[in-house]
Write a protein that binds this ligand. Structure first.
Ligand SMILES: *[C@@H]1O[C@H](CO)[C@@H](O)[C@H](O)[C@H]1NC(C)=O
Ligand SMILES: *[C@@H]1O[C@H](CO)[C@@H](O)[C@H](O)[C@H]1NC(C)=O
Ligand SMILES: *[C@@H]1O[C@H](CO)[C@@H](O)[C@H](O)[C@H]1NC(C)=O
Length: 389
C-alpha cells in the first residue's frame, strides 16, 4: 500500500514536470517566432572558390555594397594554426568557424588567435572589408561610399576587436569568401541549418589560367599547397607538385558540382555557379545576376564603380587593373605564356572538371595559340543543374 502511494506521488510529480517542460517549450518558441517576425533574417552568402580564381574581385563586389558585412578568408586562421593537417581533417573546424562568423559570434577566433587584447586588425585581410572601415567599426569613412583598402589600413587599424562583432550585427547580409572547402558534404549542415539562410556562390576559373597564376605566386601559396597535398607532399617530386595540387583542386570542384546536381530542388536554389571568364566578359550583367540572387540592389554608385574598375579607371589594386579588353586578354594569358607540354599535363589532371564546366581542351600548340578559337563553351554549366531530374 505504502509503495503504491509513493508510485502515485512520483507519477504526479513527473506529470507536472512534463507539463512544465511542454509549457516552457511552447512559450519560448512563441517568443522566438515573435522576435523573428519583427526582424527579417539576415542573408548568409558563401563565396566558394579556390586560389587565384578571381575570388578577391568577387569578394570586393560584395564587400563594397553598403548592406554587406564581408570577411575574406576567415578560415585562414584555422589553417595557419594546423599547418601539418589536411583540408579534409580541417573541414569541421572551418565549417564551425564559418557558422559562428555568419551568426556574428566572433568569440570563435579565440581558438586561433593569441590570448589578450586584440585589435580589429588581428583579422586576416580585415582591410578588404568595407564594413570594418566604416561605422560602427571605424568612424573615418562613410558606410555608403567605395572605400580604398590602403586608406582604411592606415586609418582604422587601431580599432578594438569588439568592433568586428558590432559591425557584423548591423548588416542585413553577411558574406564570406573561402577557398578552404574541398567538398560540399561538409557544408550540408549549414545548408539546412534553420538559424542560417545560406546561399553559395561557387566561383570557378579555367584550370590552365589558375595554374599559370599559381606559378607566379608559389611562395605565397606554399603553406596552403602543403596542406592541400597532405603529409606526403615531401614524397612527391618537386616538379610534379603543382600538377598534383591542381588535380586535387579540380577534383574538389568536380565533386562540389556533382553533389549539387543530386541535391533536392529547394537546396539547388541556394547555389549559383559563376565562371570567372563570364564575369570578365560581361561584368555589369554578371554582377547584377549575383546581386539579384542574394537580394542586393545594384545601386548607381556601385554600377559606376564596377564600370570604372573593369575599364581601368578604378583604384587599381585588384583583379582588374587593366581595361576591359585587356581583362579578357589577361584571362587568356596562359594561351601564349604556358608551353603546350604544361597545358597538356593540366588537361590530363583536370580534363573531367574542364569538360563539365565548359572549358574546351586544346589538342595542339596551334589550337592553344590561335586566339580566334574561343575555348569557353557558349552553354552555361549551371544550365545542367536544373535540367537534371
Ligand atoms: C568613376 O570614374 C570617374 C572618372 O574617372 C570618377 O570621376 C568617378 O569618381 C568614379 N566613380 C566611382 C564610383 O569609382
Ligand atoms: C594581348 O596581350 C598580348 C601580350 O601582352 C599582346 O601581344 C596581344 O596583342 C594582346 N591582344 C589583344 C587583343 O589585346
Ligand atoms: C584559327 O581558328 C579559326 C577558327 O576555328 C580557324 O578558322 C583558323 O583557320 C585557325 N587559324 C590557324 C592559323 O590555325
Amino acid at each position: 500500500m505504502m509503495l503504491h502511494r509513493k508510485v502515485r506521488l512520483l507519477l504526479f510529480l513527473f506529470s507536472q514536470m512534463v507539463l512544465f517542460v511542454l509549457l516552457f517549450h511552447k512559450y519560448s518558441q512563441d517568443s522566438f517566432s515573435l522576435s523573428r517576425k519583427e526582424e527579417p533574417k539576415p542573408m548568409h552568402v558563401l563565396i566558394l572558390s579556390s586560389w587565384r580564381s578571381g575570388s578577391s574581385f568577387v569578394g570586393q563586389l560584395f564587400g563594397q555594397h553598403p548592406d554587406v558585412f564581408y570577411l575574406m578568408e576567415p578560415a585562414w586562421h584555422v589553417w595557419m594554426t594546423f599547418t601539418q593537417s589536411t583540408p579534409w581533417r580541417l573541414h569541421m573546424a572551418v565549417r564551425d568557424l564559418i557558422r559562428s562568423v555568419f551568426l556574428c559570434d566572433m568569440s570563435v577566433f579565440d581558438a586561433y588567435m593569441s590570448p589578450g587584447p586584440r585589435k580589429l586588425s588581428s583579422v586576416f585581410h580585415w582591410d578588404h572589408s568595407r564594413a570594418l572601415c566604416s561605422p560602427p567599426a571605424c568612424n573615418v569613412f562613410p558606410r555608403d561610399k567605395i572605400i580604398s583598402q590602403a586608406h582604411c589600413k592606415l586609418l582604422c587599424n587601431r580599432e578594438p576587436f569588439e568592433a568586428v562583432e558590432k559591425a557584423c550585427r548591423s548588416y542585413s547580409h553577411v558574406v564570406l569568401k573561402e577557398v578552404r572547402f574541398f567538398n560540399l558534404q561538409s557544408l550540408y549542415p549549414l545548408l539546412t541549418d534553420p538559424s542560417l539562410n545560406l546561399h553559395i556562390v561557387h566561383l570557378v576559373r579555367d584550370p590552365r589560367a589558375v595554374f599559370r597564376s599559381r606559378e607566379h605566386t608559389v611562395a605565397e601559396l606554399m603553406i596552403d599547397s602543403h596542406i592541400v597535398m597532405g603529409q606526403h607532399w615531401q614524397k612527391i617530386k618537386k616538379e610534379d607538385q603543382p600538377y598534383y595540387t591542381m588535380q586535387i583542386i579540380c577534383q574538389s570542384q568536380l565533386e562540389i558540382f556533382k553533389a549539387i546536381l543530386s541535391l533536392p530542388k529547394a537546396l539547388k536554389q541556394r547555389y549559383l555557379l559563376m565562371r570567372y571568364e563570364d564575369l570578365v566578359r560581361d561584368p555589369l550583367v554578371q554582377t547584377s545576376r549575383m546581386y539579384d540572387y542574394v537580394g542586393l540592389r545594384f545601386l548607381p554608385h556601385l554600377q559606376t564603380w564596377v564600370h570604372n574598375i573593369t575599364r581601368g579607371k578604378g583604384m587599381g589594386e585588384h583583379a582588374f587593373h587593366t581595361n576591359a579588353r585587356d581583362a579578357i586578354n589577361v584571362s587568356q594569358a596562359w594561351r601564349w605564356s604556358l608551353p603546350y607540354t604544361k597545358v597538356s599535363q593540366i588537361q590530363k589532371v583536370c580534363g573531367d572538371t574542364m569538360d563539365l564546366l565548359g572549358y574546351h581542351q586544346v589538342r595542339s600548340e596551334q589550337e592553344q595559340k590561335n586566339l580566334s578559337l574561343d575555348l569557353l563553351s557558349t552553354w552555361r554549366p549551371s544550365e545542367q543543374i536544373y535540367q537534371q531530374v
